[in-house]
Design a protein around this ligand. Structure first.
Ligand code: NDP
Length: 429
């Protein structure tokens, strides 16, 4: 049976890990070869993906373990260069699974396309005219992408807003049409852009105005995923801290982020430390997810914490994360990048909705990992110990010398490149 609980995975060699995962997830010979190849994205494929290609750029791919989400086991591929993120996510997921795991849910995958209309002779009349022709416009959008309708998705609704209504300057007053599209298992940017571009001539005819922008909105507030966890304090205790102290420290840390944008940005960066690696590993557009997530954190008029942490009547720590999650399991480069294809196979999600839920659960875990460390011993010890190998490499260490220098840096409690260079001189390297 597939499980995400793999004791000792951390201590295995890369080869042992690969063999175990290949067996557990029944990777084909081709997939194994691709995973084993240093740079599985060939330059030929890369050259078809973007412009002016001169090579490819690799990131470490790790696995977040111990994730139990809605009673299903997930081994979570994470592509990231920063040490301690994968370890922290796996550590918190282990605590949360002892408390029953994460509970998640997601809305339908409704994305928004925007059409900007300017220069209408009468903006209010133009708005009414669009609303009168709503059904025609929705049908016309769907005619531009019939395969989506065949899958049970497509344009579902439409709305119009007037921006700067009281300002008659040539550039400021505009009519903005929103079309709401269920993009099924695709992120949907190209689908929506095709639809809004196809609608433009009809919109100009109806409004007697001029259409400029026709583009998806990355503020995907109708494409939400939510994760929650409830943890008894006894599962939170750590060296020198009772579970209640840790719980209260986490809630104080959350309240700090909720009240102060200087803290909120860093707090939320920590959440994205968990989210981005899964978005990247699964071949999704992390800029889109980042933009939507931060906008959602400011939806009430001030930028605050993406998560909430509180205590319930039984004294448990309760965490929640809700974010727009415009990711897909098809489309874009998802089925083009060989490692992304393997990531999907290992993760084993059946829909974009399910993928979105896994991603917010990882974000919530990552946030708790950071807050728990910050509210107790601080993040530096664990983080810098894991960072010591990168420092040793930055100083020029290679092969087995990396671990030797890294250990000496930890012993000296001075994890700096300058110190690593000194140690290497002493080793006469
Ligand atoms: P695609 O253009 O690849 O469209 C998805 C395709 O997947 C559809 O054409 C559909 O083809 C196919 N498909 C197969 N199965 C399904 C299914 N179950 N549900 C839905 N579609 C399915 O990608 P997207 O439209 O998702 O666009 C994503 C890309 O757009 C990303 O690479 C992103 O970086 C980029 N982008 C982002 C922008 C932004 O964020 N602002 C702007 C512009 C582009 P068919 O129906 O024919 O089988």
């Amino acid at each position: 049976m597939k499980t995400s609980r793999i004791p000792g995975f951390y201590n295995m060699t890369v080869e042992e890990r690969r063999q175990l995962i290949a067996k557990m997830h029944q990777l084909t010979d081709e997939e194994k070869k691709s995973l084993y190849t240093a740079d599985s994205l060939s330059v030929e494929t890369a050259d078809k993906m973007i412009e002016n290609t001169i090579g490819t750029f690799s990131l470490p791919l790790g696995l977040g373990l111990n994730f139990l989400i809605n009673d299903k086991e997930y081994v979570v591929p994470m592509a990231i260069e920063e040490p301690s993120v994968v370890a922290s996510a796996s550590y918190i997921a282990k605590i949360v699974r002892s408390a029953g795991g994460f509970t998640t849910e997601a809305t339908d995958r409704v994305m928004i396309g925007q059409i900007q209309v300017v220069g209408c002779p009468d903006t209010q009349e133009a708005k009414d005219a669009i609303l009168n022709e709503k059904e025609v416009l929705i049908k016309s959008a769907n005619d531009a992408y019939p395969s989506l309708v065949g899958r049970g998705g497509g344009a579902e609704d439409l709305d119009v807003r007037i921006l700067n209504e009281d300002d008659n300057s040539q550039y400021t007053q505009m009519l903005i049409l929103h079309i709401y599209v269920n993009t099924c298992d695709a992120m949907g940017a190209n689908i929506i852009n095709t639809m809004v571009e196809s609608l433009a001539p009809t919109v100009e005819r109806i409004t007697k105005g001029k259409v400029y922008l026709r583009i998806l909105s990355n503020f995907a507030d109708r494409c939400l995923a939510r994760a929650t966890c409830t943890i008894p304090p006894e599962l939170l205790k750590s060296d020198g801290f009772t579970g209640e102290e840790v719980r209260d420290g986490v809630i104080h840390a959350y309240e700090f982020a909720a009240s102060d944008p200087y803290r909120a940005v860093t707090h939320n960066k920590g959440i994205m430390n968990g989210i981005d690696p899964v978005v990247i590993a699964t071949g999704n557009d992390w800029r889109a997810v980042e933009a939507g997530a931060h906008a959602y954190a400011a939806r009430n008029g001030h930028y605050g914490s993406m998560t909430t942490w509180s205590v319930d009547d039984a004294g448990n720590l309760v965490g929640e994360l809700e974010l727009p999650m415009s990711v897909g399991t098809v489309g874009g480069s998802i089925r083009v990048h060989p490692t992304s294809k393997i990531a999907h196979k290992i993760l084993d999600v059946e829909s974009a909705q399910e993928l979105a839920q896994v991603i917010v659960a990882v974000g919530l875990a990552q946030n708790l990992g950071a807050l728990k460390a910050l509210a107790t011993e601080g993040i530096q010890r664990g983080h810098m110990e894991l960072h010591s190998r990168s420092v040793a490499m930055a100083a020029g260490a290679s092969g087995e010398m990396i671990d030797i220098i890294a250990e000496q840096l930890i012993e000296a409690n001075e994890i700096r490149v300058g110190k690593a260079k000194e140690l290497m001189k002493e080793q006469k390297i």
